[in-house]
Design a protein around this ligand. Structure first.
Ligand SMILES: [Zn+2]
Length: 286
């Protein structure tokens, strides 16, 4: 099966905080797969993913306490470099970065979108500095992904995790492509579904949603299918092969599977990359 994976993590394993190292090794991998190495070596990760049928993978930065502030936009762009499979998404943590400066730095480095972690990084996603970033992302064609749903990181308040927390942004920036990672797992699938069906610019990714419960989480899966993209959340998810096997077992109609695994993501990324190539940061700055 041809796959675009919208949600993959990589970085430098040894620099991660202990609980995150534990999180990334909790679920079993395929035998012989050394997660520490695959996570840290782009060539190994590319081989691992391609072997599973992955054609493109969005590689996500995460510059926060759990990663000891090491997985920033720069590291992700460097990992993605020279590997066609990877599409680097940067990160800004307003509690750590100068938001606007880090935004422009990330753009110049060559990120193709952003992922933000209001829950894990403890910030209100509606602050003025962040609104500047969303406006720029909308204008320049950068898709934006938000973590939604409970967070597994320690010392977090479980705030800014509900899909409806992001509703004002979906309304205010109709051209901003927004992806609600995890669809609000495990309690707020309905909120995510409502937003995705109400706003043409809002999507859901399947990261860490058990394929066998996907139809239960989204009873209106057929209607929602054009608004869902596949995300593995590897390596948190564990064995990629087991994940794909569960999709096979889940008995989801093949047109829906194709849309989720490939069609929707291809459309989103193509439109975003086209827009990015036509809109230079310089024209926006003037
Ligand atoms: Zn993730």
């Amino acid at each position: 099966m041809k796959i675009i994976d919208f949600h993959v993590h990589g970085g430098d394993f040894k620099l991660l905080r202990d609980d995150i190292q534990e999180l990334l090794t909790r679920k079993p991998m395929e035998s012989g797969v050394k997660v520490r190495e695959v996570f840290s070596e782009p060539e190994q990760m590319e081989n691992y993913l391609q072997d599973k049928g992955v054609y493109r993978a969005v590689l996500l930065a995460e510059c926060g306490p759990g990663t000891n502030y090491t997985i920033d936009s720069e590291l992700i762009v460097n990992l993605a470099q020279s590997k066609d499979i990877f599409i680097p998404f940067g990160n800004i943590n307003p509690n750590y970065h100068d938001t606007k400066k880090e935004f422009w730095k990330s753009v110049k480095l060559g990120v193709k979108g952003f992922k933000f972690y209001p829950a894990d990084h403890g910030f209100d996603p509606l602050t003025e500095d962040m609104q500047y970033v969303y406006k720029m992302c909308e204008t320049l064609g950068f898709p934006v992904m938000f973590h939604t749903g409970l967070t597994a990181q320690r010392d977090t308040e479980q705030k800014f995790i509900k899909p409806f927390d992001f509703r004002p942004l979906a309304e205010k920036y109709p051209e901003l492509i927004m992806i609600l990672a995890h669809g609000g797992k495990p309690y707020w699938y309905e909120e995510a579904s409502t937003l995705a069906l109400t706003f043409p610019n809002v999507y859901i990714d399947t990261a860490l949603i058990d394929p066998l419960s996907l139809q239960e989480a989204f009873p209106n899966l057929e209607k929602l299918a054009p608004k869902i993209v596949f995300g593995s959340d590897w390596p948190v998810v564990g064995s990629y092969s087991a994940l794909l096997e569960n999709y096979t077992k889940a008995n989801i109609a093949s047109e829906i599977v194709t849309a989720i695994f490939y069609g929707n993501a291809e459309r989103i990324l193509k439109e975003a990359l086209d827009k990015q190539s036509k809109t230079t940061p310089e024209t926006v700055l003037i």
